[in-house]
Design a protein around this ligand. Structure first.
Ligand code: AMP
Length: 203
């Protein structure tokens, strides 16, 4: 059984227009901090990622940031973090975040968030890792993405080699940690569903 000790969160480097999304980021950060777990993130003070990291620290959690040198200024690298890795490039950043985490959560964000999301999803699809992934679908933000994925399934482009779930859709930020911890512990989310989640299966 593997325990959930470190959660990597991908999210926007901007706050977005809908305050409910920043609220969700803060709620998740508080839950991570209160649970004594570690947040792994992009290392900046900007946008949803900044909100998330501040809430995690305020609630007593450990925070590990990974930021490439060339974004230290643009994303306002938080030099006060207990663990800040300033790395040479984007690939090193993503690999560092991947290795440091037991599981992943995707919050609303932009193109960078999508890049990180699809890399971690496709790595799992290829069998390069088996770390659980939760997509936090606050106020339907990710509905269009889920429609595209459903279309990919209907049109026969999804891969069926894996019998496990590739990712789980969660609507309540409070459900993220229990959902990922249960999956890591080898318990089927079907057997003990956390509130507000819907699992998307491969095959
Ligand atoms: P965004 O969702 O566009 O606000 O970006 C969220 C985070 O993803 C930011 O920290 C960006 O630096 C990062 N990011 C942007 N482009 C990429 C990329 N190609 N690969 C990985 N991370 C990226």
């Amino acid at each position: 059984m593997t325990e959930l000790t470190s959660l990597c969160v991908f999210c926007g480097a901007k706050p977005g227009n809908n305050p409910a999304l920043a609220d969700a980021a803060r709620t998740l950060g508080t839950a991570i901090g209160q649970s004594g777990r570690t947040l792994v993130f992009g290392g900046g003070r900007v946008g949803l990622m900044g909100e998330l990291a501040r809430a995690t620290r305020d609630a007593g959690g450990h925070v590990a940031g990974f930021i490439p040198e060339h974004l230290e200024r643009a994303e306002r690298a938080d030099k006060t973090l207990p663990e800040l890795h300033v790395v040479s490039d984007m690939h090193t950043r993503k690999l560092g975040m991947f290795e440091r985490a037991d599981a992943f959560c995707i919050l609303p964000g932009g193109l960078g968030t999508l890049d990180e999301t699809f890399e971690i999803l496709t790595w799992r699809q290829l069998g390069l890792h088996d770390k659980p992934i939760a997509l936090l679908n606050v106020e339907g933000f990710w509905d269009p993405l889920l429609e595209v994925i459903d279309r990919i399934i209907v049109e026969g482009f999804y891969h069926t080699a894996h019998q496990h779930r590739l990712f789980t859709v969660v609507t309540d930020p409070e459900a993220v940690l229990p959902t990922l911890a249960a999956e890591l512990a080898g318990q089927s989310p079907d057997a003990a569903p956390a509130p507000g989640h819907d699992a998307r299966a491969l095959g």
